[in-house]
Design a protein around this ligand. Structure first.
Ligand SMILES: *[C@@H]1O[C@H](CO)[C@@H](O)[C@H](O)[C@H]1NC(C)=O
Ligand SMILES: *[C@@H]1O[C@H](CO)[C@@H](O)[C@H](O)[C@H]1NC(C)=O
Ligand SMILES: *[C@@H]1O[C@H](CO)[C@@H](O)[C@H](O)[C@H]1NC(C)=O
Ligand SMILES: *[C@@H]1O[C@H](CO)[C@@H](O)[C@H](O)[C@H]1NC(C)=O
Ligand SMILES: *[C@@H]1O[C@H](CO)[C@@H](O)[C@H](O)[C@H]1NC(C)=O
Length: 568
């Protein structure tokens, strides 16, 4: 032992003796331990929360509402503002009152852009959606404003997707705001090795050529410039007296964004403290199997579940291709059951297509191995041991449920995060991908065979399942984070002339705002220091080169002079 450590050990022992004497001979008889108290004082905490979503829809609202439900249980007063009429009809969320915004919900919006979606023209689809979002900006803004006054709002909880007005109103009213998003690409600065198939690149650029890596630094900028018509949004902002913002991401700098995601499904990368992962967010209960579905699953031990989510659909041609592939796989005895939740698919459009399988038998549910339902209890089907594979569009909640139940996937992604989700699941070895353009029966059949025959897909799915289960507890942390923001506002709030508390979202979360954001671009990224270092190195190098050249020239001249015959 070095003298330093022995001195340290001696000191520890001395302190130990000192304290035990104190405990033994202390005048009062105190118990040896005290309990750690984690109770929080929520007594005079502001309580009114507005949760707001531009997209609405049933599945899309679930992560937002799960957190709202936890906050509600903790005594907060939550009001949801979103298109559609969701919470009143739902069993799980009926305690959360909803104010309906009278606009199209996301499913209806998507049907408007069906053509571009089918052509997989992502840039066009995105800019059409952004234009649509800006056309209803004022409507959302005014409803947010009106309800904010009615409920005397203390905090906005905004679903990130296209919800410009939600973040704007919070800044305008000086109220704290927290966002929730599932797609990291739009909210955070991705490291260069992370990109997105939506922009013609890949989720990880690990094994890409120099050319692709180079191009994929430039492509996202082009995509954002073309697909986010900020001018349109800003002219709407002007109408309601909100300052313009030229940030593609919306007014989200310096605010907390919760992300419904987890490593295992997301490509590893460092996130700034303001962007916290709390996913996968799943409800505590799900609808159970119907007796019909239950008996189908019990009698079909190798079943594939096919569903494209609550808002997506593909072409009738693709559906026929998929159904034909299923029939072939059943004939080859690779699988013995198919459950198809048709949801948005207009099945009467399938009849008009000419084909060589008996499609009407299938659609009438007369095929002994294929069962069609309009809506299915998806999680219960995936949880059944006889469901061996999920053919999905790859939406975030479908992926989360498939991982949670360790069901390997075949993904037919169409838009948005689905393309990236499909790649991620493939990278992590629990899925294979299809593309909706030029879908071939042989491709579908061979991929399904591979997924069912090679054990690695199931194994990797089980590995991810554990991660998903552990991480699904983090929705409570999501609610904690919102309480932290509320608490910060309680301490920082300053009363305005109307007696309402105002905060500055730019500085509210000083615990999480990294100093570089205050230092300006050049100082914050240390460009001044790095440039100086480069200049010093270059001048040193240049100096050395210059002197070497001078010295070389000097010696060269000497040697030339000495070797030259004297002419005088
Ligand atoms: C929403 O649905 C509930 C239950 O079906 C109904 O009572 C209510 O009137 C509906 N609200 C709106 C705004 O349509
Ligand atoms: C919650 O908000 C509603 C609507 O403003 C109000 O009627 C109700 O009293 C509030 N509840 C609590 C506990 O503050
Ligand atoms: C890239 O290549 C390496 C080496 O072949 C491999 O280990 C790794 O999994 C690959 N990464 C991806 C994302 O395919
Ligand atoms: C479904 O397709 C048929 C045939 O193309 C059409 O007549 C019908 O209106 C469609 N139904 C819906 C709900 O779109
Ligand atoms: C298709 O199935 C229906 C009902 O099972 C049957 O009446 C019809 O003859 C079949 N058609 C062909 C071409 O097999």
């Amino acid at each position: 032992m070095s003298p330093k450590y022995s001195l340290l050990a001696f000191w520890h022992i001395a302190m130990l003796i000192f304290f035990s004497i104190n405990v033994t001979f202390g005048s009062e008889h105190l118990s040896e331990f005290i309990q750690l108290s984690s109770s929080l004082d929520r007594g005079n905490m502001p309580k009114n929360i507005i949760a707001a979503s531009f997209a609405g829809g049933t599945n899309h609202l679930v992560p937002l509402l799960e957190i709202c439900k936890i906050l509600k249980d903790r005594g907060y007063n939550v009001t949801l503002i979103a298109p559609g009429n969701f919470t009143a009809k739902s069993v799980s969320y009926s305690s959360i009152p909803q104010i309906t915004v009278d606009v199209l919900d996301m499913g209806e919006v998507y049907s408007t852009f069906e053509e571009d979606l089918i052509k997989m023209d992502h840039m066009k689809t995105y800019s059409a959606i952004t234009s649509y979002a800006s056309s209803v900006y004022v409507k959302f803004y005014n409803i947010y404003k009106q309800i904010a006054e009615e409920v005397n709002v203390d905090l906005f909880f905004c679903d990130y997707m296209m919800n410009f007005a939600c973040f704007d109103i919070a800044w305008k009213l000086g109220k704290p705001v927290v966002g929730i998003a599932s797609m990291l690409g739009y909210i955070t600065n991705l490291p260069p090795y992370r990109s997105d198939p939506l922009m013609g690149c890949h989720v990880t650029m690990e094994n890409e050529s120099f050319y692709n890596r180079f191009i994929c630094i430039i492509k996202p900028l082009k995509f954002l410039l073309n697909s986010a018509p900020l001018g349109e949004v800003n002219s709407q902002r002007e109408k309601v007296g909100v300052d313009p913002s030229w940030d593609f991401r919306g007014r989200i700098s310096n605010i907390l964004i919760l992300t419904d995601n987890f490593y295992g499904f997301e490509i590893p990368m460092a996130l700034p403290p303001l962007h916290q992962e709390i996913g996968p967010i799943l409800p505590d209960t799900f609808p159970n199997l119907t007796p019909t579905l239950n008996s189908f699953l019990e009698t079909h031990p190798r079943t594939i579940y096919f569903a494209l989510g609550s808002i997506m659909q593909t072409t009738p041609k693709n559906i026929i291709t998929i159904l034909k592939s299923f029939v072939e796989l059943i004939d080859q005895n690779v699988i013995d059951g198919v459950i198809w939740a048709s949801v948005k698919t207009n099945t009467s459009r399938l009849l008009s297509t000419d084909d060589d399988i008996n499609i009407s038998t299938i659609l009438n549910n007369d095929h002994p191995h294929i069962h069609i339902v309009k809506y299915a209890p998806q999680f219960a089907i995936l949880s059944h041991e006889n469901t061996k594979l999920f053919l999905s569009h790859g939406g975030a909640s479908s992926c989360h449920e498939s991982i949670y139940t360790a069901t390997p996937m075949l993904v037919l992604p169409m838009f948005g995060d689905q393309l990236g989700n499909a790649e991620k699941l493939e990278v992590f070895g629990m899925a294979l991908r299809l593309t909706p353009i030029n879908l071939e029966i042989t491709d579908v059949v061979s991929k399904i065979k591979k997924l069912l025959n090679e054990g690695s897909f199931k194994k990797n799915a089980e590995r991810l399942q554990f991660l998903a289960k552990i991480n699904s507890k983090r929705k409570y942390r999501g609610a904690d984070m919102i309480e932290v923001v509320m608490n910060a506002a309680k301490f920082e709030g300053i009363e305005d002339e109307n007696g309402k508390l105002r905060i500055d979202n730019n500085v509210l979360l000083k615990e999480w705002i990294t100093p570089d954001s205050r230092m300006g671009f050049i100082r914050g990224s240390y460009l001044d220091v790095y440039c100086t270092i480069i200049i010093i190195l270059l001048s040193l190098f240049g100096g050395i080169l210059f002197s070497t050249w001078k010295i070389a020239k000097f010696f060269f001249n000497i040697s030339r002079d000495s070797s030259k015959p004297k002419t005088e």
